[in-house]
Design a binder for this molecule. Structure first.
Ligand SMILES: [Zn+2]
Length: 206
């Protein structure tokens, strides 16, 4: 089994792809966002430490993130890293306790990301998520589940999506270059259906 890092801007379909890869290949899914929330909720020492930074609106330092990942992963193979590493420093830290075999970078243009994310709507009452293009509600503007009003989150407004995309591309560029230099980077076009993206990645992993 390989250790795989999944990279890509918001809206590239990382979440959908990650769950399909876990189903098909039996990966251990390591999402640092989920892990942080779990540790904080359980009140572990690392969770308490991380919570201090988050409560002050600061980034959780690399050492804390790395300790968290290490306790979950140790020397295991067959790990799918999702949302981690974020920086070259984290990538170097990761290599001190496990290896990375393939890095999949989902490539997508800003226009497509804006089109996808700005069509997202959430139910103001129960939080159910819809997409006006790919998963519309039965009745416009109303939640199928509870009848609540569908609203657009601030984060999904076109100008905010465009900004998030730019920030991601800028901040991830050194990490993408780092993995390219090591010959690990595989660029996968992500401006197509989830099924096509999954098939392309599955072929790389086989
Ligand atoms: Zn609802």
């Amino acid at each position: 089994m390989k250790n795989v890092v999944l990279l890509g801007p918001p809206g590239a379909g990382k979440g959908t792809l990650a769950s399909r890869l876990v189903q098909a290949f039996g990966f251990l899914h390591v999402s640092t966002g989920d892990m942080l929330r779990e540790e904080v909720a359980k009140g572990t020492p690392l969770g308490q430490l991380a919570h201090g930074y988050m409560a002050r609106g600061e980034l959780v330092p690399d050492e804390v993130i790395l300790a968290l990942v290490r306790q979950r992963v140790d020397a295991r193979k067959g790990v799918l890293f999702d949302g981690f590493p974020r920086t070259v420093a984290q990538a170097e830290g990761l290599e001190r306790f496990t290896s990375v075999d393939v890095v999949v970078f989902l490539e997508i243009g800003q226009e497509e990301v804006v089109r996808r994310l700005s069509s997202r709507r959430v139910c103001g009452a129960c939080g159910a998520v819809y997409n006006l293009v790919t998963q519309p509600p039965r009745e416009p503007g109303r939640c199928d589940r509870c009848g609540g009003p569908l609203v657009q989150r601030e984060d999904d407004r076109p100008e905010v999506v465009a900004r998030r995309f730019e920030v991601y591309m800028r901040d991830s560029a050194p990490l993408v270059a780092y993995y390219a230099q090591r010959g690990l980077l595989r660029r996968v076009p992500a401006d197509r259906s989830p099924e096509e993206v999954f098939q392309a990645v599955a072929q790389i992993l086989r």
